[in-house]
Write a protein that binds this ligand. Structure first.
Ligand SMILES: *[C@@H]1O[C@H](CO)[C@@H](O)[C@H](O)[C@H]1NC(C)=O
Ligand SMILES: *[C@@H]1O[C@H](CO)[C@@H](O)[C@H](O)[C@H]1NC(C)=O
Ligand SMILES: *[C@@H]1O[C@H](CO)[C@@H](O)[C@H](O)[C@H]1NC(C)=O
Length: 477
């Protein structure tokens, strides 16, 4: 067991390395500008790097007063323990807390500062280096609890700039700054192009759960934006390739399709049971083809329905993560199953798959966008999105991508409604004769839930069947 785990990690390391060394992974830091407006002697604009959590105010800016705490300067402990609060008095400027890098996760620092009532966090680097992105700790369930609740924005600043700020503060100056996200997303025209690098794997822990929750929550807004022609959305999926020398190994055979060309890690990290990496690659490929086929018929938004329905109806836990279940979802959404199968090609063939090849090529960064190596990644107008993957925050970033005055109403009101049940009953269960349907339009897109009729709750999956709980009055066919 130990050895297998070791080999597994080793192999994943190889897959990663072979990808990176092949195309020199480039990671672009999204900068937003930080301007010191007073005191006069340190006035000026500096780069800062947006953190991968919290809610950046895309399209807006925030002015505040910088405070450097006398104790707990790395913010690894709760400020309450030191009797420190950063709550600003009503009517005064928001408080930006300056903290030092080191000793604990970035996200924990930001959480501690938020708990103490501040409005934003500046983390001063502790070494001279180019700015990096502050990321979430990987797969840590204790931090997952607070990361979800981080709402204040944060940014990393360079060591020397941090020292300049500290010196001014300790000298008794009131330091005013302005953190500006208005140029964080390019906004050249009246259509926003955005892409989500995602994964169909529903058993990878905290990150997968967050991604799935986001897709479900964002679906309604995404579909309205797409139907209105305001956005052009493209889903993407990361795959690795198996190094040549390993293509015949058991690991590569179980994790890859097309003879080692396209691989994904084993979902349970266990080769001997459950689903294999290649099952994930195949479902990812199917989802890409669902998008392609839906897009060809000018209904690209059906992808959101497919992926959310697949999550609900075909989970790994219930051993339904397979083609049979996928086909039922495809059919319910009125998609052309033959075309999708043709698009997917033969996973056993010793040749490139054009759809996945295109995805691997797209993983390599171009222009202002770095390589995509982490999941999930959201790219808006070719800029990597930073911040929490949550509906409101993402909508803000997308809305910041429209040329001023061309923003669609959903950006201005946040009022989102869908009318998906009107078309093909939303792919949900229905009983035409009795005029009953499981389709219900909601703020978050349509859901398939068995109806409540005259006080009787119908039971079933909402997709293929619903029936009256009290069976006495049932007539079939
Ligand atoms: C996060 O917020 C939720 C909902 O507001 C709350 O139930 C939960 O306790 C919070 N978690 C932490 C660690 O504060
Ligand atoms: C989707 O369709 C649009 C217009 O028909 C096209 O411009 C775009 O490239 C297509 N996207 C993909 C990923 O095929
Ligand atoms: C079916 O039910 C809906 C709402 O429950 C109603 O608006 C519609 O008129 C009904 N159609 C028929 C044919 O009875």
């Amino acid at each position: 067991m130990e050895l297998r785990t070791f080999h597994h990690h080793l192999l994943q390391g190889f897959m990663l390395l072979s990808f990176i060394s092949n195309c020199c992974a480039r990671f672009v830091v999204e900068k937003n500008s930080l301007t010191v407006t007073s005191p006069e002697k340190i006035k000026g604009t500096h780069d800062s790097a947006i953190g991968n959590f919290g809610i950046p105010q895309y399209g807006g800016s925030m002015a505040g007063v910088v405070v450097y705490p006398k104790e707990n300067q790395k913010a690894c402990k709760s400020f309450g323990d030191f009797g420190i609060s950063f709550k600003s008095k009503p009517g005064s400027l928001p408080t930006f807390v300056l903290v030092d890098r080191g000793d604990c996760f970035f996200a924990l620092k930001v959480w501690n500062v938020q708990q103490a009532g501040a409005s934003a966090v500046l983390v001063a680097d502790d070494i001279e280096e180019a700015l990096i992105t502050m990321d979430n700790p990987e797969e840590d369930s204790s931090s997952a609890k607070y990361i979800e609740n981080i709402t204040i924005p944060s940014a990393l600043i360079e060591k020397t700039f941090g020292e300049t700020l500290k010196k001014a503060i300790s000298g008794g100056d009131m330091v005013n700054v302005n953190l500006d996200w208005r140029e964080a997303v390019p906004h050249p025209d009246d259509r926003v192009e955005y892409e989500l690098w995602t994964n169909s794997n529903d058993e990878c822990g905290v990150k997968c759960d967050m991604l799935m929750a986001f897709v479900k929550d964002f679906k309604g807004a995404a579909q309205i934006l797409e139907k209105g022609g305001y956005t052009q959305f493209t889903p993407h999926y990361i795959t690795w390739y198996c190094p040549q020398a390993f293509t015949l190994s058991r690991q590569c055979k179980s994790q890859c399709i097309n003879r080692g060309r396209y691989c994904a890690p084993d979902p349970e990290q266990d080769f001997s049971s459950g689903y294999e990496g290649k099952d994930v690659v195949i479902e990812n490929l199917r989802q890409l083809c669902v998008f392609k086929v839906a897009n060809e018929t000018n209904r690209p938004w059906v992808w959101w329905d497919y992926v959310t329905d697949f999550q609900i109806r075909c989970p790994m836990k219930e051993k339904k993560y397979n083609k049979e279940c996928a086909d039922v979802v495809i059919k319910s959404l009125g998609l052309d199953a033959k075309k999708i199968e043709k698009c997917m090609g033969d996973p056993d063939a010793d040749m490139e798959n054009p759809v996945l090849k295109e995805e691997q090529d797209a993983q390599v960064g171009k222009g202002s966008r770095g390589d995509v190596t982490i999941l999930p990644t959201l790219v808006v107008n070719n800029r990597q999105y930073r911040g929490k993957l949550a509906k409101g925050a993402v909508l803000k970033a997308i809305c910041a991508g429209f040329e001023e005055t061309t923003e669609p109403a959903v950006c201005l009101s946040g009022d989102v409604e869908t009318n998906e049940c009107l078309e093909n009953n939303g792919g949900c269960w229905q009983d035409k004769a009795a005029n009953l349907t499981a389709c219900r339009d909601t703020f978050r897109g349509r859901v398939c839930e068995c109806p409540l009729v005259d006080g009787v709750q119908f039971k079933g999956d909402g997709y293929s069947h619903c029936e009256r709980e009290n069976q006495d009055f049932i007539c079939t066919d």
